[in-house]
Design a protein around this ligand. Structure first.
Ligand code: GLU
Length: 445
C-alpha cells in the first residue's frame, strides 16, 4: 500500500477496533487507490480519504419486542448512513445473528462504490439487526419489524435514506416495515423503501435483479475472451434470492448450475438444478436444502465443506462474506474453474482473490457484479417518483444495460490505471473517482 493510503488505513483500524470485516473492505479499496492517487494526487488532499472512510452518521438503537409466548427480547438495530455525495443513502437491511457495527459498516462502505458504479444518483448506507428471523412466526417477525421501524422511521425518507432488503429481509419484512412507516408518518411515501410488493409500489424484476445481474456480469467477462456461459458448469452457493435468480439466468443462458447451499450443507445435483423445486422449497415453504434432496432423485446433500470442491467452470458465491477462502480458491483453480463472479458482498477472502488474480482467471468483486439489485432498487424509486409502473421487459432491459455499463466502466478504469483485466482495481477506481469528484465539488462537508 502507498504511504498516504497506509496512514488512512491505520487510522481506520485504530478508530474501529475489532471490526475485522470493515478493515478488510477498507483495505481492499485503499489498496486499489495507489495508482489512482499517483496519477491524480489531488484525491489525497483536503482530507478526502479520511472523510470517505468515516460514516456521515451512525445510528444504533434498542429494538424490544415480545414473542408469541409473551417473553420480551431485546435486539440491537443499526443504520449506518455512510456517504450522501451522489444521492440519498441507499442500501439494504440485514437481519442475522452475526450482525454488529463492523459488519454493517463494511456493507455500508462497499455500498458507496457499488452504488456509484450504477451511475444512478444514490449514496451509500446499510442497516440491520442481530435479530434472527429463522424459526420465528409471521406475527413475531411483524412485531420485531414494527419495533425496528418505530425508531428507524425518524432517520429515513425518500430523499434522505432509502433502505431495502439483504440477508433475512425479503418481501415479508419490507411489507411489515412499510406498513409501520406509513402509519407513523401518516404519509404514503412509496419511495422510502425498495423491494416492495408489486401491488404497493414494487418494481418488476427487483426480486430477480441481483442474481440476474451477477450472471450477466459473468457473461460480459467471458465475452472479453470471445467465450460465453453456454454449456458451462456452475457452482452456486446460497439458496436465497440471489442464488435462486442467478441459477435462473444461468439456465436461460444455456449454462448448467449444479450446486446451491444453506447453513445445513450444500447440494450437488449433477443433472442440473430443478429450479421449480428449489423455489418451492425455499420461497414457498421456507424450508432447508435437505428438503430439496429428499424429493429429487440423484441429488445429494453434503454437510461438510463448501460447494467449491465440486469441479466446475464458473463459481458464483451468493451466500455471505468470507465464504470462499484460500483453500476453496485452490480447489476451484485445481479443477479448472476460469470465472468467479460474486453475488454476495465480499464472499471471497483477500487470499482467495489473490489466488484468482495470480492465476489470471476472470474474477469480479461483488461491488461490480452484484450491483444489479441496488440498481433495480433505484429503478423502483424512479417509478415511485413518477407514479408509474414498467413491465418486466422494460425493467429487465434497463438492468441489462446498467450491468453492461458497469462492466465496461471497470474494464476502462483497469486499463486507464495500467492493470488491464483487473476488475478489482477497475471497480474500486471507477466507483471511487465518481464519488470523490462530487465530494470535492461539495466542499469540506
Ligand atoms: N442489499 C442489496 C445490496 O447489497 C440491495 C440494496 C438495495 O436494494 O438498496 O446491494
Amino acid at each position: 500500500m502507498q504511504d498516504v493510503v497506509e496512514k488512512v488505513y491505520e487510522q481506520v483500524v485504530a478508530r474501529n477496533r475489532g471490526e475485522a470485516e470493515f478493515h478488510q473492505a477498507v483495505r481492499e479499496v485503499l489498496e486499489s487507490l495507489g495508482p489512482v492517487i499517483s496519477k491524480h494526487p489531488h484525491y489525497a488532499e483536503d482530507g478526502l480519504l479520511e472523510r470517505i472512510v468515516e460514516p456521515e452518521r451512525q445510528i444504533m438503537f434498542r429494538v424490544p419486542w415480545v414473542d408469541d409466548a409473551g417473553a420480551v427480547h431485546v435486539n440491537r438495530g443499526f443504520r449506518i448512513e455512510f456517504n450522501s455525495a451522489l444521492g440519498p443513502y441507499k442500501g439494504g437491511l440485514r437481519f442475522h445473528p452475526s450482525v454488529n457495527a463492523g459488519i454493517i459498516k463494511f456493507l455500508g462502505f462497499e455500498q458507496i462504490f457499488k452504488n456509484a458504479l450504477t451511475g444512478q444518483g444514490i449514496g451509500g448506507g446499510k442497516g440491520g439487526s442481530d435479530f434472527d428471523p429463522h424459526g420465528r412466526s409471521d406475527a413475531e417477525v411483524m412485531r420485531f419489524c414494527q419495533s425496528f421501524m418505530t425508531e428507524l422511521s425518524r432517520h429515513i425518507g425518500p430523499n434522505t435514506d432509502v433502505p431495502a432488503g439483504d440477508i433475512g429481509v425479503g418481501g415479508r419484512e419490507i411489507g411489515y416495515l412499510f406498513g409501520q412507516y406509513k402509519r407513523l408518518r401518516n404519509s404514503y411515501d412509496a419511495g422510502v423503501l425498495t423491494g416492495k410488493g408489486l401491488a404497493w409500489g414494487g418494481s418488476l424484476a427487483r426480486t430477480e435483479a441481483t442474481g440476474y445481474g451477477t450472471v450477466l456480469f459473468a457473461q460480459s467477462m467471458l465475452a472479453t475472451k470471445g467465450d460465453s456461459l453456454e454449456g458451462k458448469k456452475i457452482a452456486v452457493s446460497g439458496a436465497g434470492n440471489v442464488a435462486i435468480y442467478a441459477i435462473e439466468k444461468a439456465q436461460q443462458l444455456g449454462a448448467k448450475p449444479i450446486t446451491f447451499s444453506d447453513s445445513s450443507g450444500y447440494v450437488v445435483d449433477e443433472a442440473g438444478v430443478d429450479l421449480e423445486l428449489l423455489k418451492q422449497v425455499k420461497e414457498v415453504e421456507r424450508g432447508r436444502v435437505a428438503d430439496y434432496v429428499s424429493r429429487r432423485p440423484g441429488a445429494r446433500l453434503v454437510t461438510e465443506g463448501r460447494p467449491w470442491d465440486v469441479p466446475v467452470d464458473v463459481a458464483l458465491p451468493c451466500a455471505t462474506q468470507n465464504e470462499l477462502d484460500a483453500d476453496s480458491a485452490a480447489s476451484l483453480l485445481r479443477n479448472g474453474c476460469a470465472v468467479v463472479a460474486e453475488g454476495a458482498n465480499m464472499p471471497c477472502t483477500p487470499e482467495a482473490i489473490e489466488a484468482f488474480q495470480a492465476a489470471g482467471i476472470l474474477y469480479a468483486p461483488g461491488k461490480a457484479s452484484n450491483a444489479g439489485g441496488v440498481a433495480t432498487s433505484a429503478l423502483e424509486m424512479e417509478q415511485n417518483a413518477g407514479r408509474t409502473r414498467w413491465d418486466f421487459a422494460t425493467a429487465e432491459a434497463k438492468l441489462t444495460g446498467i450491468m453492461a455499463d458497469i462492466h465496461d466502466s471497470c474494464v476502462a478504469a483497469a486499463e486507464t490505471y495500467g492493470r488491464p483485466g483487473d476488475y478489482v482495481l477497475g471497480a474500486n477506481a471507477a466507483g471511487f473517482t465518481r464519488v470523490a469528484d462530487v465530494m470535492i465539488a461539495h466542499g469540506i462537508v
